[in-house]
Design a protein around this ligand. Structure first.
Ligand SMILES: CC(C)(COP(=O)(O)OP(=O)(O)OC[C@H]1O[C@@H](n2cnc3c(N)ncnc32)[C@H](O)[C@@H]1OP(=O)(O)O)[C@@H](O)C(=O)NCCC(=O)NCCS
Length: 184
């Protein structure tokens, strides 16, 4: 099967594009904020030097193999990176997990929602997926709100599904299937 190329996607406020090595300093500064690490799974804190470069190289390799697509979210008006949104594919089930983070100075401006909506369009369009799901810590209502605003539906709570920093934590799961996708 052909591996879809990762596109650039424009939304009202954002350009979504692949990360490039020149984004490393911005990623380190924004993802290095403890408030971003506090509610995410794979962002370390403290954020070590070199981790952003490694993360960016990894995202480019994953996109080449069609296993995951991570987009830099760039605020078009200021040409500045404000966060990332991505899809991790699970091809046998034609589904992907949606994930995102936004730098603290940029919270509350709709960026995560816009990025999620654009990622869904890519997932149900060029990627031809059947389902997109996302999870968030129960104590992260802003992320659940993003999922709701992007059109995902609440599917349940996974009790103590992960152990974060030694503490078992509940997750909420949201999902959207092709049949109920508005453009599907
Ligand atoms: C969660 C996160 C991505 C939201 O990004 P954002 O760009 O601020 O999101 P948006 O502006 O699109 O939407 C945020 C919504 O959450 C709401 N919200 C914010 N804090 C909230 C809270 N404590 N309780 C309930 N809703 C909250 C906002 O009011 C807004 O909803 P509204 O438009 O109905 O008012 C961002 O806070 C973040 O990156 N957090 C750290 C990393 C993270 O948790 N990533 C997600 C992992 S699952």
């Amino acid at each position: 099967m052909d591996i879809p190329r990762q596109p650039g996607i424009e939304t009202a406020q954002l350009l979504l594009r692949p990360l490039s090595p020149g984004d490393a300093a911005d990623v380190q500064r924004l993802a290095g904020d403890p408030a971003v690490a506090a509610t995410t799974r794979n962002i370390p804190h403290p954020y070590p030097d070199g981790a952003a470069e490694a993360f960016i190289a990894h995202t480019r390799e994953q996109a080449e193999h069609g296993v995951a697509y991570t987009f830099a979210m760039v605020e078009r008006a200021r040409a500045q990176l404000v966060g990332c949104v991505g899809l991790r594919l699970e091809p046998p089930d034609r589904r992907a997990e949606l994930g995102y983070w936004v730098g603290v100075p940029h919270w509350g401006r709709g960026f995560a929602t816009e990025g999620a909506v654009a990622a869904l369009r890519f997932a149900f369009g060029p990627l031809g997926l059947n389902r997109v799901f996302a999870t968030a810590l129960t104590r992260n209502p802003a992320s659940a709100r993003v999922m709701q605003k992007a059109g995902l539906r609440y599917e349940g709570t996974l009790r103590e599904h992960i152990v974060k920093d030694g503490v078992p934590e509940d997750l909420v799961m949201y999902g959207l299937v092709r049949a109920e996708y508005p453009a599907g």
